[in-house]
Design a protein around this ligand. Structure first.
Ligand code: AHG
Ligand code: MN
Ligand code: MN
Length: 350
C-alpha cells in the first residue's frame, strides 16, 4: 500500500479533528511559519548563486556577525507572521528587544519566539542550517503583547519545532500530541508527511559536543564525556562522536538515531552558548514529546523561566537514558564515578 500523501495543512486539520481539546487556533501561525520556511528555503538553496552570502557587516545582540541570510530569514518570518492577526508579540535572536505587531495590524493571542537561522556559521559551507520556533499563548490581557508574554517557561508552549534546510528540507513540530516530520517536495511546493510519530530511542550510541571546549568544562562533564569514550563493551561504549555545529542538524540526527547533544557551561560562559527561549525550550518540547529529555544538568529545560530574552542555558538534549546519565555525572552522583574513584585510590593496606 503506497504511503498516503498528506500535506502539512491536511495533517494539521486531521490533528485538530482527532484532538478537539487542542484549540488549534495557532494552526494559522503554524501554517504561516511553513510558508515562511518555503520562502527561506528558496534563498538557502540558491545562496551559492546569488549575492546573498557574505556578511551584512552589522553585529547582532549576540555580538555575532549577522550573515545576510539571518536577516533575510528574520524579515520573512516577521513579514509573514505580523500580517496574520494572530500575533501579540514576537522575539527573535536577531532582535535585541521584543518586536511588536506593526501599527494598524490586528493584535492576536499568540507569541512566537524564534531563531530565524540556526547554524549561521555553516551557511557558506553549505552545511545544514535551520529555523527554530516556539509558539505560546499571550498572558497579557489586551493591546500589544509585552516582554512577560515572551518570558514564559517551556511548559507553556502550545507548539514548537524546527525547519532544517539541506539536501531535503524538513519541518518537524509538536503541539503536545507527538512529533511529526514533513519533507518539502519542491515540485508541488508542499511539506508532505514523511515521519509520523517520531520516537527517539531510549538510549543512543552518539554524543554531540564541541570538544574544543573540553579544558574549560567542569569536572562532571569531562568525566561524562571521558566515560562515553572509554572502551566498555558491556556499556556499549565508546559512543560515536558526531558534531555538525548546527544545533538543528545535530538534534535532528540524534532524534532519529538516538543520542545526546551537549552544550555545557564552562569557565568562560557558565550558562553555555544556547538560548532558552528560541533554541533550548522549543527543542526540549520536541525531545520530550518524542520520548526523550532536555536538562540543564539539574532541571528540566521546559521548567526554566528566563529573566531576559537572550538568556542562555547549559543544554543536555536527546535520548532519555543518556540525558539521565549526563545529569548524574554533572551532579557527581553517577555510580560509574564511585567505581572510578575506588579504582583511582586502591584500598589502604591494614
Ligand atoms: P546560531 O547560528 O543561531 O547562532 O546558532 C549556532 C549555535 C548552534 O546552532 C550550534 O549548536 C552552536 O552554535 C555551535 O556552537 P560552537 O561553534 O561553539 O560549537
Ligand atoms: Mn541558533
Ligand atoms: Mn541564529
Amino acid at each position: 500500500m503506497p504511503h498516503r500523501t498528506i500535506t502539512l495543512s491536511q495533517f494539521i486539520l486531521e490533528q485538530e479533528r482527532r484532538h478537539p481539546e487542542a484549540s488549534g487556533e495557532f494552526t494559522r501561525v503554524l501554517t504561516d511559519l511553513a510558508l515562511a520556511a518555503k520562502m527561506i528555503n528558496r534563498e538557502v538553496v540558491r545562496a551559492g548563486l546569488v549575492d546573498i552570502l557574505g556578511e551584512t557587516g552589522t553585529i547582532n545582540i549576540q555580538g555575532e556577525k549577522v550573515q545576510k541570510l539571518d536577516r533575510f530569514a528574520r524579515d520573512v518570518i516577521y513579514r509573514v507572521l505580523s500580517a496574520t492577526g494572530q500575533l501579540a508579540v514576537l522575539a527573535s535572536e536577531e532582535d535585541e528587544d521584543i518586536v511588536p505587531v506593526p501599527e494598524g495590524q490586528p493584535v492576536g493571542k499568540y507569541v512566537v519566539n524564534f531563531d530565524p537561522l540556526d547554524g549561521s556559521s555553516n551557511i557558506n559551507a553549505n552545511v545544514n542550517i535551520g529555523t527554530i520556533f516556539s509558539i505560546l499563548p499571550r498572558i497579557s490581557r489586551d493591546g500589544n503583547g509585552d516582554l512577560a508574554d515572551c518570558l514564559q517557561p517551556g511548559t507553556r508552549q502550545v507548539c514548537a519545532g524546527y525547519v532544517m534546510y539541506g539536501s531535503s528540507t524538513m519541518l518537524v513540530y509538536t503541539t503536545g500530541n507527538g512529533v511529526h516530520g514533513f519533507t518539502f517536495e519542491p515540485s508541488v511546493g508542499e511539506f508532505l508527511l514523511s515521519h509520523a510519530e517520531i520516537h527517539i530511542p531510549e538510549r543512543g550510541r552518539i554524543y554531540s559536543v564541541n570538544e574544543g571546549n573540553y579544558f574549560k568544562w567542569g569536572e562532571g562533564i569531562k568525566r561524562y564525556v571521558d566515560w562515553l569514550k572509554a572502551e566498555d563493551a558491556a556499556a556499549g561504549h565508546p559512543y560515536s562522536a558526531r558534531y555538525v555545529g548546527s544545533l538543528v542538524a545535530d538534534f535532528h540526527r540524534n532524534l532519529l538515531y538516538g543520542g545526546v547533544f551537549l552544550y555545557p557551561g564552562d569557565r568562560k560562559n557558565p550558562k553555555g552558548k544556547l538560548r532558552i527561549l528560541y533554541e533550548a525550550a522549543p527543542l526540549a518540547f520536541v525531545a520530550e514529546q518524542a520520548g526523550g529529555a532536555a536538562s540543564n544538568g539539574r532541571q528540566r529545560v521546559m521548567e526554566l523561566i528566563p529573566n531576559s530574552l537572550h538568556e542562555r542555558t547549559p543544554l543536555f538534549l536527546g535520548s532519555k537514558r543518556d540525558v539521565e546519565d549526563c545529569e548524574l555525572f554533572v551532579q557527581e552522583k553517577h555510580p560509574a564515578i564511585r567505581v572510578d574513584r575506588r579504582a583511582a585510590s586502591p584500598a589502604r593496606t591494614r
